[in-house]
Design a protein around this ligand. Sequence first.
Ligand code: ADP
Ligand code: MG
Length: 361
Amino acid sequence: MVDIRRLDEATVERIAAGEVVERPSSVVKELVENSLDAEATRVDVTVERGGKDGITVADDGIGMTETEVTRAVEEHTTSKIRDIDDLESGVGTLGFRGEALHAVGAVSRLTITTRPRSDRDVDSHRGTKLTVEGGEVTSVEPAGCPEGTTIEVDDLFYNVPARRKYLKQDGTEFAHVNTVVTSYALANPDIAVSLTHDGRETFATTGQNDRREAVMSVYGREVAQSMVDVAAESEGSGESGGDEDDLPDGPLDGVSGLVSHPETTRSTREYCSTYVNGRYVTASAVRDAVIEAYGHQLAPDRYPFAVLFLDVPAGDVDVNVHPRKLEVRFADEEGVREQIAAAVESALLDEGLLRSGAPRG
Ligand code: ADP
Ligand code: MG
């Protein structure tokens, strides 16, 4: 006879938290998404030792009242959807599952300092500081603080030693954090995003809504100056005018962004970021298509920089994806590949950066 027992609450909670919070970068992802959903115009991310010793995300968004922040750290609480119908009709926010703050609080020491933005119609505009330790709210008190929200996560996995041990060296954990923050900074050039590691600023964008400026802040001036604009739309997409190239028929309505000069390259493919309807994804089909467009213009084992935004008709993408799943697959992968290669190729041709007639490699 085996003894089948019901797990206690604390164990269930920590296991569930582990599904959302895998490592420091997953905490950073959830917190930054919350800041963006809160209409922030500024998001400052600070991490210590790759995020293992501390993660702070500060925003100037709508903030929370004491009642709101107390609710926010409970299980399955969200202000973003009400029921499954809201989900079916499409969500306009990055989050909606209502599990991130609770999960983070279950496996760390969490401090939230928040004050509602002055234009919000709420019963109090006072600031509040709330602390959670291993899933328990340990204090809620008034606090003098600016409008917006600052969330501090200390000692991640202090109460899940097996998880803590599995974390990699600081540099590796920071590389993951950097990838996450970079991807949001590039996708949201209208928001000033900064990243600081162990007291040193890695990058800061200005929030002036200029994609090239965001690329410059993140990748440097040389790369930014070498980038050419990609702008292609399918004829049926309805948006007329402008200087857009025509996109061949296929699943995508539009492709836009920036790609680098064929001689501004790196030795890995990771500098090609792709966004589907504004959401950061990893899509090997897209990377392959970009490289294909350069043909023989790229030196062997060299890869370009690319920041590409794909418009996919709503309904053709599932929003109910797992929070950690970034890899997307398109139903018509070949069609997507052709459209992207065509868009990038015409961008490079427009700038005289491709020898026309060069055979594709
Ligand atoms: P979700 O984002 O899926 O709603 P979370 O657990 O991440 O779930 O957050 C719970 C709720 O807390 C959010 O729905 C939102 O109302 C509030 N919240 C979280 N972070 C912020 C923030 N930075 N600014 C304002 N409100 C926030
Ligand atoms: Mg969230």
